[in-house]
Design a protein around this ligand. Structure first.
Ligand code: ADP
Ligand code: GLC
Length: 481
């Protein structure tokens, strides 16, 4: 049995802010349990829902030396779909009403604590992984600590590590003096070939230097991040490690996201019944959100963190134009205030056309994926993107910009060959986006049979985890030898 430990800052169903949580919650159970014993470690945040916290069982606790103090490390656990999740408990570090905050030094401190603690709990829970699979900058110090203080003891010797980049934009960067104090790492690590990054320290870079292998979440993004434009000033390093870097596209949980069984939907459907049944969800959503009730109206959905990554500058620039068309626009998201207010404004201005839902809701998100005709995702960059995969699964035709995982997962419609699962445009340009939305609209209104064929192909595209889980397994096998 090969032992794999996932280390991450969020995971479904325990805590989620974005797609990382979906991946960490769904990939472990897709790995073949006959050969792999996969477990996950997450922080225990105070802001987790009470019903989740009530499920966690106490395992052990001890004190760990961290940042000149002895800090409490509690270990809790819960089993979900056969996978054991461990939780590092410390109310001082993981308090607050959200998993992440805006104070960078504090974020670095708490995830440095998490990274060190998750290694320290392993002898206590008697689980020696063959591979620690780290996700994003919050766990970037794990390969570094593994290299430094833990390599001496026989328990940790030979443990391999993988760093998976879900988003290169976030790196955990601060000045050398402060990070040296927080992490307790010796001077050896603070050089430009290791953690130093333009005179500061970069935690993700530490992970990328010391991990045995690097992955990211689509083939196109794996290439993009080696360029100046997408490389976030780590492209030099990523080029140097190009032989250890691979792109493995994400899947989604086909049980959780299934229009035939989805518990949030009043009307279920599949690829054979969507022509009759999908529309009933649309009708209900129009009523629920106070939009004009009209089966025929082209309805576009957008479910997203509201940040500039998601191409919302283009949307904001074109919103009046979009709303001058015969369509409806349903938004669900939270994030930067300027985007939240922008959507609230257009909701006020175009009452019966635009519905801005500025909050987080699993329930409404599923209803939007199921009800809309098209799903807009014009991202500036997109490592993989899960929303378009969910939209495809629900027969809601994605309109995307050709970047990262969007390019790899949405096949552009070809009117002449009757191919494709969505609509796409190449450049980060508002007029190109508008033209593409209008093209989709035209096919919807004037070539309904062709539109339905697109929906059918979208629903038949397979983005379950099967193929990608296999690629991770091959990588684990290769690393462990
Ligand atoms: P990212 O991880 O960059 O946010 P992804 O497309 O990979 O983008 O994943 C986003 C996930 O978060 C999807 O499952 C999407 O449905 C969900 N999501 C985003 N915003 C909300 C929201 N306001 N309410 C419910 N789910 C949301
Ligand atoms: C990040 C990326 C998103 C990706 C997700 C899961 O949040 O922004 O594109 O799908 O991680 O890998």
């Amino acid at each position: 049995m090969k032992r794999i430990l996932f280390a991450a800052s969020e995971g479904v169903p325990f805590i989620k802010t974005g797609g990382l949580a979906d991946v960490v919650g769904s990939l472990p159970k897709e790995l073949d349990s006959r050969y792999f014993d996969v477990r996950v470690v997450l922080p225990k945040y105070m802001c987790m829902k009470q019903e989740i916290k009530d499920r966690l069982e106490y395992v052990a606790h001890f004190y760990m030396d961290f940042h000149f103090k002895e800090e409490y490390v509690g270990v809790l656990k819960a089993v979900e779909d056969g996978i054991t999740f461990y939780f590092v408990d410390n109310e001082y570090f993981f308090g607050g009403d959200r998993p992440y905050g805006n104070d960078t030094v504090w974020e670095i401190t708490k995830f440095a604590f998490f990274s060190k603690a998750l290694l320290s709990i392993l002898p206590v829970i008697d689980f020696r992984p063959d591979v620690i699979h780290c996700h994003d900058w919050q766990t970037g110090l794990v390969p570094v600590y593994l290299h430094e203080r833990f390599a001496g003891g026989s328990f940790f010797r030979g443990i391999k590590s993988i760093m998976t980049i879900h988003n290169l934009k976030f790196q955990g960067v601060w000045d050398v003096k402060t990070v040296k104090e927080i992490t307790g790492l010796p001077d050896y690590y603070f050089t430009p070939d290791k953690l130093e990054y333009f005179k500061d320290v970069n935690l993700l870079k530490g992970g990328l230097v010391f991990a045995d292998a690097i992955t990211t979440v689509s083939k196109t993004y794996a290439e993009e991040i080696k360029t100046d434009y997408y490389g976030e000033k780590l492209n030099g390093l990523l080029n140097a490690r190009t032989n250890d870097l691979r792109g493995i596209v994400n899947g989604i949980d086909y049980d959780e996201y299934n229009p035939k069984t989805d518990k949030f939907l009043a009307h279920h459907y599949d690829v054979t019944t969507f022509r009759r049944e999908k529309i009933k969800n649309k009708r209900k959503l129009q009523a629920d959100l106070g939009l004009e009730q009209d089966d025929k109206k082209f309805m576009i959905g957008l479910v997203s963190r509201l940040t500039d990554q998601k191409g919302l500058d283009l949307v904001s620039y074109m919103m009046d134009e979009i709303c001058s068309d015969n369509l409806q626009f349903v938004v669900l998201g939270t994030g930067e205030e300027r985007y939240e207010n922008m959507f609230r404004h257009f909701d006020w201005k175009y009452k019966d056309k635009v519905s801005a839902n500025i909050y987080y809701s699993e329930d409404i998100s599923h209803k939007i994926y199921a009800s809309c005709d098209a799903f807009l995702m014009p991202s500036l960059f997109e490592p993989c993107g899960l929303s378009q995969l969910i939209a495809l699964r629900y027969g809601t035709v994605p309109i995307v910009r050709e970047t990262g995982g969007l390019k790899d997962t949405v096949e552009p419609y070809n009117e002449y060959e009757n191919k494709g699962t969505g609509f796409s445009f190449a450049n980060y340009n508002a007029h190109e986006m508008l033209a593409t939305i209008r093209y989709a609209e035209r096919i919807f209104y004037t070539k309904k049979r062709d539109w339905n064929k697109i929906v059918e192909r979208a629903m038949q595209a397979d983005f379950s985890w099967k193929v990608s889980a296999n690629k991770y397994q091959e990588m684990y096998d290769w690393l462990i030898g």
